[in-house]
Structures are given as C-alpha cells and as structure tokens.
Ligand binder design. Structure first.
Ligand SMILES: [Zn+2]
Ligand SMILES: [Zn+2]
Length: 279
C-alpha cells in the first residue's frame, strides 16, 4: 500500500510522534527534531532512541522523514549565520541518521544579491561538512518563490550542482508547486508539470508533501490549506495523484492542524481520492 502519513509532533517526547502516527493509521510520518524556529537542538537519550526505533519497526512506519529546521541558511552574507547553519545542518542530519530516518528534507535559501553559481558553491560547501551518512538521504524541497528551487528545471539544476554523496533526490510540495505557477487544477498546469518532470527525471522525486493552497496559482506565497478546501481543490489533487510515475511515492500531509481531527479529515479526503482513482 502507498505510504501515507502526516507531520507529527515530538512535543513532550519523541515517542509522541509515533503514537500520533499510529492513532491516525498512517504507515509513514515526518517529524522535526526540535522547534524549527530555534538554533538549539537537544540530545536524545539512547534509551529513547532505542524505544523510538523499536516502536517504529513494530508499527512498520516507512519511510521516516525528518524535516529540517527553518533557520538553516548556508548562503547568508553574515559569516556567523553560515557557521551556525553548517553546525545545525550537520547536527540535524546526523541525528536523523541515528534515528534511522530514510530522508531529511530541506528548503534551501535564495539570495537576491547572489547569482546561482555563488549560491550553489556556498550551499555545496555547507553540505560538504556533513560527512558520509549511514542510511539517511537528503532531499531538496521545491519552494513557492526562489530562483533556485521553485521551477522544476531550476530545482534539478540545483540538485545537480550541489552534487553531494548524501543527496538522494527531491521533494515536491503541491502547495509550493501551485504557488510557483504550476496550476495543477488545470489540464495545462498538470501537463506542464508532467512534461518538465519527465524531461528531468520523475525518479528524482522521492517524496510528496500533499497540501492545498490558501493562495492562488502563481501567487508565490506559501500558505497551506486543508485538502480540497483551497485553490488546488479536489480536482487538482485528482489530477496530481493520478500521475502514474508518482504512484508509489510516499505522501506526507502538512495541512493546518488544531487537533488530530484535522489530520483524520484530511487523510480521509486523500484516501477517498485514491480509492476513486483506483476504481
Ligand atoms: Zn518543507
Ligand atoms: Zn509550505
């Protein structure tokens, strides 16, 4: 069965993220390792790590995805920020690897005062500090507005230029894709996405973040909405989930969440769409 899950919370304990995933009947899940808006990253005790790994195995939650924190900026014009970012990136990916994560997903920063080559060189340098990971692969996520990661050809060019041994592919977020100008609710928009992905390689897409969009196509603004309730709409998700080249790629929802009920609702909408497409 296709892996479907949500971003779950490690609030109070790492184990909570697994409990949430199990309660929601997910077979995959995504977590942050710490609050994504702060530089501090705690150490987990070995006992907790062991428990986390055995519970994950027991419930067959695959893949496990770790999402990078938002502060990491490998191309900042402030050398101190670069140093802290390299340190945090390394700490996070090593921790993800230690937890047995399959993927670590990161948004790369853009800088309007730098050309692509300078951005690539600085980003590559930041990645080169990581060292060889055991299992975890890093995925670069598409974003709503960026000269290096919002259009598919740019995203692939970035992937190729970073060229790091730990890099495993890309993650496509449907909300970001839509905001970047790929109107997947229309036939033209979905064809454009398929055509470009075909040209550069569908096989690079290892993960999908399935989110609807509060803003219109091409708005370049990243605001997630409940599945089917935003501008992408049910029709857009039917189009997107019907792409046969992506039919086995894991789906992670990052839709608005006040309680687990919200996740349940969104998951059931996605499952209904998939069921309809199968029949
Ligand atoms: Zn993301
Ligand atoms: Zn987003």
């Amino acid at each position: 069965m296709r892996p479907i899950g949500v971003h779950t919370s490690i609030k109070n304990s790492l184990i909570n993220s697994i409990n949430e995933a199990v309660e929601l009947k997910c077979n995959t899940f995504q977590i942050f390792l710490h609050s994504p808006q702060v530089w501090q990253i705690p150490e987990f005790e070995q006992e907790i790590i062991d428990e986390f790994k055995s519970l994950r195995e027991l419930h067959a939650l695959n893949p496990l995805i770790v999402h990078a924190s938002y502060l990491i900026n490998l191309i900042s014009s402030n050398p101190k920020t670069i140093a802290s970012s390299r340190y945090l990136l390394k700490r996070e990916v090593l921790m993800a690897d230690l937890l047995g994560a399959d993927y670590y997903v990161i948004h790369l920063k853009d800088n309007k005062d730098m050309d692509k080559n300078e951005i690539f060189a600085k980003t590559r340098e930041g990645f080169s500090k990581i060292g060889k990971l055991e299992k975890c692969k890093i995925l670069i996520e598409n974003t709503a507005k960026s000269k290096i990661t919002s259009k598919i050809p740019d995203l692939i060019e970035t992937f190729n230029n970073i060229n790091n041994e730990n890099l495993g592919g890309i993650c496509i977020d449907t909300c970001h894709l839509f905001a970047a100008g790929y109107d997947i609710s229309s036939d033209d928009g979905i064809s454009k996405f398929i055509e470009e992905s075909n040209k550069y390689g569908f096989d690079l897409i290892k993960l999908i973040h399935l989110n609807d969009s509060k803003t219109s196509a091409g708005s370049e603004i990243d605001r997630h909405e409940h599945i089917g309730k935003g501008h992408i709409g049910i029709k857009g998700f039917e189009n997107f989930l019907n792409i046969k080249e992506l039919s086995n790629v894991p789906l992670i929802l990052e839709t608005p969440k006040k309680s687990l009920q919200d996740d349940l609702k969104n998951l059931s909408t996605v499952r209904e769409i998939l069921k309809k497409l199968e029949s």
